[in-house]
Design a protein around this ligand. Structure first.
Ligand code: NAD
Length: 357
């Protein structure tokens, strides 16, 4: 297969972890006889420094000409000034909007080898296997916002807004995924308070009854869900929710396996390139030290092979290589629980070797 892949290393630890995923993808190409063409583009804080925008036109054009995009992370203290004209995160949000990547898939399945790294007890976490489907291009992150003078200083507003089709298309993604899993969909909202949530509840219930009556369907309030994730995570299969609730709940759920450094995600639209990334941020305090865990980005590369290139065997080979390295006891500091650890590059090398061996 001939594929054009855009690498978007970004800021902080982004370049370090993407470099390891690139090595893994090159190994896959060699092992399985594919030709992957890599193009590296600017995004985030580095792009603001160089071009004054977190998402330069050149980056958008390269992404449009590609089959898939692999992102590291964006952001950092250098660009945190709340009065700045633009922020690194705007690059990421722009990419999602540009390619209409409305569904973010985040598998949360703790690795048996690492249950000890979870802050929760083994008997709570063991057997958890959740697929979060987070709406990604609507809601409060994209609704009208602004500031105006107020007697006491200023006031500010952000608007959560959703339409019927926006809700339907992402609930369909969740339901279709559930059919291939344990056939249960949990829709999370805040319908006791928010009008936007009441629309979610109405549209989602109608769609599930009309098209997915064969699936188990339940609704849970977001505050209750925050608790259930810590007390009975095994009870959930596919969880679908709006953008901001999904942002928060998936970060909470990411603690179940014990490290942000192990969790990949895929953002997909109806057509065009998909975006693959680790769910962690740019971890500025550990950037440049060769200690970041590259496995989430490597596993994101596996999702890229599976979902955008349809290379299931290759994706499974990468996941098996990661599993073998963990089985051998190798750990980066974030998952070492105070024990001996290896660096970013060494972890990449071990995965490449496991893949080649
Ligand atoms: P973060 O995910 O960068 O870090 C949270 C904690 O996890 C830190 O202790 C960090 O050291 C650790 N960590 C994260 N990834 C790791 C890895 N691969 N290996 C080892 N440890 C890891 O979140 P934060 O500190 O809230 O945000 C830092 C910056 O990243 C901010 O500028 C934020 O806006 C940005 N951010 C970007 C994205 C993205 O690009 N998708 C997502 C979240 C945060």
């Amino acid at each position: 297969m001939d594929a054009r892949l855009v690498l978007l290393p970004g800021d902080g630890i982004g370049p370090e972890v993407v470099a390891q995923a690139e090595r893994v993808l090159k190994t896959v190409a060699r092992q399985f006889g594919h030709a992957f063409h890599f193009v590296t583009c600017d995004i985030g804080g580095g792009a603001i420094d160089r071009y004054g925008t977190p998402l330069p036109e050149k980056t958008i054009a390269e992404c449009r000409a590609s089959q898939a995009m692999l992102l590291g992370a964006v952001g950092g203290p250098k660009w945190d000034d709340p009065t700045a004209k633009t922020r690194p995160e705007a690059g990421l949000l722009g990419l999602r909007k540009e390619f209409d990547l409305f569904a973010n898939l985040r598998p949360i399945k703790p690795w048996p080898q690492l249950l000890g790294a979870s802050p929760l007890r083994r008997e709570i976490v063991e057997g958890t296997d959740i697929l979060f489907v987070r709406e990604l291009t609507g809601g409060i992150y994209f609704g009208d916002s602004g500031r105006r003078p107020h007697a006491g200083g200023e006031e500010a507003w952000s608007t959560m807004i959703y339409s019927t089709p926006e809700i339907e298309r992402v609930v369909r993604v969740a339901a279709a995924a559930a059919r291939l899993r344990r056939r249960k969909v949990t829709m999370v909202d805040k319908a006791n308070v928010l009008e936007a949530s009441r629309l979610w509840r109405q549209v989602s219930a109608k769609l599930m009854a009309a098209e997915y009556a064969d699936l188990e369907y339940e609704v849970v309030l977001v505050d209750a869900m925050a608790m259930h994730l810590l007390s009975r995570p095994r009870d959930f299969d596919v969880v679908v929710t709006e953008n901001m609730f999904g942002d928060i709940l998936t970060d909470e759920a990411s603690m179940l396996p014990g490290s942000l450094g192990l969790l990949p995600s895929a953002s997909i639209g109806s057509s065009g390139p998909g975006l693959y990334e680790p769910i962690h941020g740019s971890a500025p305090t550990i950037a440049g030290k060769d200690i970041a865990n590259p496995l989430a980005t490597i596993l994101a590369a596996a999702m890229l092979l599976r979902h955008s290139l349809n290379l299931e065997e290759e994706a499974a080979a990468v996941e098996a290589a990661v599993e073998r390295v963990l089985d051998q006891g190798h750990r980066t500091a974030d998952i070492a629980a105070g024990g001996p650890s290896i660096g970013t590059t060494k972890m990449g090398t071990l995965v490449v070797e496991a893949l080649s061996g």
